[in-house]
Design a protein around this ligand. Structure first.
Ligand code: F6P
Length: 319
């Protein structure tokens, strides 16, 4: 093996740059050349490929976003698009590919491997919703952003004695809502993995009010309910002064935390080792602080599960 490639795909996540840096430097450390593919799988199809040196990844470990740019690509879901991608990789002399991203990115990596081109997946998404790893790159930074927002909203909620609904990201997974809700002391956390009862939410608010509690924070994952809708219903059912904050894409930006930088460095470096060892079709992850790897097919076949103990704890502590 003489040259490998690296790309970032899907929703960007803070720490992706640290992972790209690790891939590039680890490859060069092992006397391999490295090319960056710009714009995810869409860029791969177009052949947006450039060789990266040690200096190309200097001064990026602390930066959010991804210097390699990212995209979601419909064309790459089809065999034709995947074969075009392989053609571009071969034209650039690339023999193995590290794919940093979420589930969709893993599906692409699995398909390329099945067509005979070895790929290794690195979990990069703020959602923390990939099987085979306890944490994904970007989750910790997104949590920090959300908690900062909750703390600030709490200040004004207290001053004005208001109820706040804070909508966070997480289309299919409630990890951001759960962890941020627990860390931010939210009274109620709504996640896509569990049904909720509007009357129960309102009863809790009323009981709190009767106890002298003048403000409340409800954290809702976008996949559980629309924050705006929820706020409207709470206002109508309780008559409490209720405001809504939708945090949106700010959760995807910002300088990665130390945890995400270290995680990205470890995972990126291990991915290069797997490519060198000829183990295409694998995805790296972290479990009990050990870097591990699994078949991408197994990861895609499994379902991400929310930590139910944490959900129970969050309920017990917010009585
Ligand atoms: O996959 C990460 C994620 O941030 C989800 O939580 C969110 O629903 C989605 O991306 C938004 O994607 P886009 O930026 O393409 O609208």
């Amino acid at each position: 093996m003489k040259k490998i490639g690296v790309l970032t795909s899907g929703g960007d996540a803070p720490g992706m740059n640290a992972a790209v840096r690790a891939v590039v430097r680890k490859a060069i450390y092992h006397d391999l050349k490295v090319s960056g593919i710009y714009g995810g799988y869409a860029g791969l199809i177009k052949g947006n490929i450039e060789e990266l040196g040690l200096g190309s990844v200097g001064d990026i470990i602390h930066r959010g976003g991804t210097i390699l740019l990212s995209a979601r690509c419909e064309e790459f879901k089809k065999k034709e698009g995947q074969l075009k991608g392989i053609e571009q990789l071969k034209k650039a002399g690339i023999e193995g590919l590290v794919v940093i991203g979420g589930d969709g990115s893993y599906r692409g990596a699995k398909a390329l491997t099945e067509h005979g081109f070895p790929c290794v997946g690195v979990p990069g998404t703020i959602d923390n919703d990939i099987c085979g790893t306890q944490f994904t790159i970007g989750f910790d930074t997104a949590l920090k952003t959300v908690i900062e927002a909750i703390d600030k909203i709490r200040d004004t909620a207290t001053s004005h004695e208001r109820t706040f609904v804070i909508e966070v990201m997480g289309r299919d997974a409630g990890d951001i809502a759960l962890w941020a809700g627990l860390a931010g002391g939210a009274e109620t956390v709504l996640v896509p993995e569990e049904n909720y009862d509007m009357n129960e939410i309102c009863d809790r608010l009323r009981k709190g009010h009767e106890r002298g509690k003048k403000h409340s924070i409800i954290v809702v994952a976008e996949g559980a309910a629309s924050g705006v809708e929820l706020g409207k219903q709470i206002r109508e059912l309780t008559n409490f002064d209720t405001k809504v904050s939708v945090l949106g894409h700010m959760q995807r930006g910002g300088s990665p935390t130390a945890f995400d930088r270290v995680l990205a460095s470890r995972l990126g470096a291990r991915a290069v080792e797997l490519i060198i060892e000829g183990k295409g079709g694998r995805a790296v992850g972290i479990e009990n602080n050990q870097i591990i790897d699994h078949e991408i097919a197994d990861i895609l076949g499994g379902a991400h599960t929310l930590d139910t103990n944490l959900l129970r704890l969050s309920k017990e502590l917010s009585i």
